[in-house]
Design a protein around this ligand. Structure first.
Ligand SMILES: [Ca+2]
Length: 513
């Protein structure tokens, strides 16, 4: 051994001995800290998810009635997407896609609840059975980020299983408190006490801020999943008063709903202020979005009411695969990394968030695990990304969503969007609708008969995707005698009252559309 090599050997031995000593003395904690300091560039990741917040429910997306100064500031300081999509027209499929990185046909989560929620036996198809809890073999985004050294926390609505095995605390989140169903007198899992009269959005924000403060010195992944602005529509009195007497605008007219949005906006403001106080602004990507479209726009389509907002100029609302049900606000703020004041019209989808956050975190994708989305990390940081310009996005909704009074928010349908074009295939009768979203954001002109070649191209794309992903289709069904005369469901108002009564007696259950 040369002198030089023996010095290296001795030095190496000292390092190994020191490492061994540290392991003996400190267990895994110090090694964990070293692993983090080895990757100083890891940004903190904060996902603030609103529930049922519609496309135009923010000032920065056009509302002249609701007031969202903090979220507007977030958009002004970051990038706002005009064509951001949820995986589903209601809660569960979007949440499953965000956290699993997979389309519905892989998770089996297509809708909310079982297929028996709505009387499909009055129709010509039997829906595909729905998976209500995220299957345990799915590797969540939280698990992947935890593996990469992130502290992980979720506060709020999870909606993918609340039993010990499926609770987010068992799915990659170091800390998790779930709650949904009520805005006052809410229950949490695990049970946490709070002062009487506490509003859920405030409670969740307190927990999120506490989490940030405790993890300020290490990379963290925080999911602040509000139950607001979902029904029951309840808000804080002082915020309701702010909107009473304010002139309605474009179908936005409920002081209570406006106050619920204001609470979500206050929450965003408090999170941003905390990041600033701790000097974490430049190290933190904050994302604000919603899980499905706003509850509104039904009456114009001849569907039973229940509207609390209006998604115009989009068609329809929550529960529909028209734009009003799946296009939502999507804002990304990361000072110094994302240019301020950008508006981006590249379509993005729930399944993309997982690979995007992994790339930004410098974290590897889980082995032998399919991610259906595309990372748009480059798009966020440079404003353009060639491989996103003409890719196709897909939706598969093999079920029914009733709307009361013999009408339906949707019947089984498949959807593809590519570029400016969107094709819907309704499975009951096979009819196809084609829209050019760039020219007709309201999906008013079905161009299917005018552009048969485009229809054929898009339809082939959709069918090929279904084949590749093995998407199960609804099966033919003969409507029961007399079934057509029965109502699909109780009207939303009545159903809601009934649900609230049930919830007062038991842990909140999934009940919404
Ligand atoms: Ca929702």
């Amino acid at each position: 051994m040369t002198g030089h090599n023996s010095i290296i050997a001795r030095a190496t031995a000292r390092v190994l001995a020191t490492a061994f000593y540290i392991m003996l003395c400190c267990g895994g904690q110090l090694l964990f800290a070293e692993a983090q300091s080895a990757a100083p560039g890891k940004p903190n990741l904060v996902v603030i998810l609103a529930d049922d917040l519609g496309y135009t429910d923010l000032s920065c997306y056009g509302s002249k009635y609701y007031e969202t100064p903090n979220i507007d500031r977030m958009a002004a300081e970051g990038m706002r997407f005009t064509d951001g999509y949820t995986a589903g027209p209601n809660c569960q499929p979007t949440r499953a896609a965000l956290i699993s990185g997979q389309y519905g046909p892989r998770t089996g989560v297509y809708t909310v609840g079982s297929i028996e929620r709505f009387p499909w036996r009055t129709r010509t198809l039997r829906p595909v059975d729905n998976v209500e809890k995220l299957p345990l073999e799915k590797i969540t985004l939280a698990q992947a980020l935890k593996q990469a050294g992130y502290a992980t926390g979720l506060f709020g609505k999870w909606h993918l299983g609340d039993d010990p095995q499926h609770h987010p605390g068992a799915r990659g989140f170091d800390e998790a408190i779930t709650s949904m169903g009520q805005h006052f007198n809410f229950k949490t899992n695990p049970p946490v006490s709070y002062p009487e009269g506490t509003y859920l959005a405030d409670f969740l924000t307190d927990k999120a801020i506490d989490f940030i403060q405790r993890h300020a010195k290490e990379p963290f992944f925080l999911c602040l999943h509000h139950f607001a602005v979902h029904s029951p529509h309840e808000a804080k009195q002082n915020l309701i008063q702010r909107f009473e007497g304010k002139p309605p605008a474009d179908g936005h007219n409920s002081p209570v709903y406006a106050a619920m949005i204001a609470s979500v906006d206050e929450s965003v403001g408090r999170v941003l202020a905390t990041l600033q106080e701790l000097g974490l602004d430049d190290k933190t990507l904050v994302i604000f979005t919603s899980d499905n479209g706003g509850v509104g726009g039904y009456e114009r389509l001849g569907i039973a009411g229940g509207s609390i907002t209006d998604n115009a100029p989009l068609r329809g609302g929550k529960g529909m695969l028209y734009e009003g049900g799946i296009r939502i606000p999507y804002i990304f703020r990361w000072p110094g990394k994302i240019s301020a004041g950008k508006v981006c019209d590249v379509p993005i989808h729930s399944v993309d968030l997982y690979p995007t956050l992994l790339e930004l975190a410098g974290a590897p994708a889980p082995k032998d695990y399919v991610l259906d989305g595309v990372s748009y990390a480059r798009l966020l940081q440079t404003g353009s990304q060639a491989d996103l310009s003409n890719r196709a996005l897909f939706w598969h909704f093999p079920g029914y969503l009733g709307a009361g009074k013999g009408t339906w928010r949707t019947t089984p349908v498949g959807v593809v969007r590519q570029g400016d074009w969107k094709l819907l295939e309704f499975f009951e009768d096979g009819h196809l609708e084609l829209y050019n979203l760039r020219e007709d954001i309201g999906e008013e002109k079905n161009l299917a008969s005018q552009f048969p070649e485009k229809v054929a191209e898009m339809h082939a794309l959709l069918k090929k995707w279904r084949e590749e992903i093995k998407a199960p289709m609804p099966t033919p069904h003969t409507p029961e005698a007399g079934a057509q005369a029965r109502q699909p469901d109780t009207p939303p108002g009545r159903a809601q009252g009934r649900r609230q009564q049930v919830k007062r007696q038991a842990q909140p259950q999934e009940t919404e559309e």
